[in-house]
Design a protein around this ligand. Structure first.
Ligand SMILES: O=C[C@H](O)[C@H](O)[C@H](O)COP(=O)(O)O
Length: 226
């Protein structure tokens, strides 16, 4: 909790007056939102775009002014979490089911800062099951096609019911154990009919801020920043 908090809060140092800021989703970004709220009370002026219904309501709670994505030409900076980060800053995202809006907003952003605790840093992606957003129609077939890529597949549930994303779709969690060629896998998954997008984010992060258990924050300098 503390390591998520320090990472999430640190990212706010990169937010400047007048920026349009993309707000990611999750328990690490929660701390970004709460810190942004404090800075806004102290006079910081920004407009923000939310990547999920959950973030939208938290942003309102923290007094962050939201604008619809449709009204935005481009986003100066997006701050988002991740489920896994590899040494080249390829990411797995979507643990909270928000991957599709997160990827669209990241695509429209000049910079993407990832906030994470140390446990998210991995040698190879894949230990965390890869979330894939699929349309409801024919999802059983789409799952079969996904399992043909060598993973075990599980439809995500919310209690006893299928989990439904903010876009009205299902999530299938795909366990690959180790993802060796993320770029190729990204394409193979998205080529399957019924798949809308998957949680691999390749070459998108501009900076990774990591909160450590000893209370320090590391800002990583490697990766392939855009
Ligand atoms: O769909 C959810 C997002 O991709 C999150 O950013 C990701 O799951 C990390 O969340 P957390 O900061 O709660 O670990």
């Amino acid at each position: 909790m503390e390591s998520k908090k320090i990472a999430g809060e640190r990212a706010v140092d990169y937010v400047r007056d007048g920026m349009i800021v993309g707000l990611g989703t999750g328990s690490t970004v929660y701390w970004t939102l709460s810190r942004l709220g404090e800075k806004i009370k102290q006079g910081l002026s920004i407009q923000a775009v939310a990547t999920s219904v959950q973030t939208e309501s938290l942003a309102k709670e923290f007094g962050i002014a939201l604008i619809p994505f449709s009204k935005v030409e481009s986003i100066d900076l997006t701050i988002d979490g991740a489920d896994e980060v590899d040494p080249e800053w390829n990411l797995v995202k979507g643990g909270g089911g928000a991957l599709l809006r997160e990827k669209i907003v990241a695509d429209a952003s000049k910079r993407l800062i990832i906030v994470a605790d140390e446990s998210k840093l991995v040698r190879h992606l894949g230990k965390f099951p890869l979330p894939v957003e699929v349309v409801k129609f024919g999802f059983e077939w789409t799952m079969r096609r996904l399992s043909g890529l060598g993973c075990s597949v599980k439809p995500r549930l919310s209690g006893d019911n299928p989990f439904v994303t903010d876009n009205g779709n299902f999530i299938v969690d795909c366990s690959f154990e180790s993802i060796v060629r993320p770029r190729e896998l990204h394409r193979e998954i998205n080529d399957i009919p019924g798949v809308i997008d998957n949680g691999l984010f390749i070459d998108r992060a501009s900076r990774v801020i990591v909160g450590c258990q000893d209370g320090t924050v590391k800002e990583l300098n490697s990766g392939k920043a855009k």
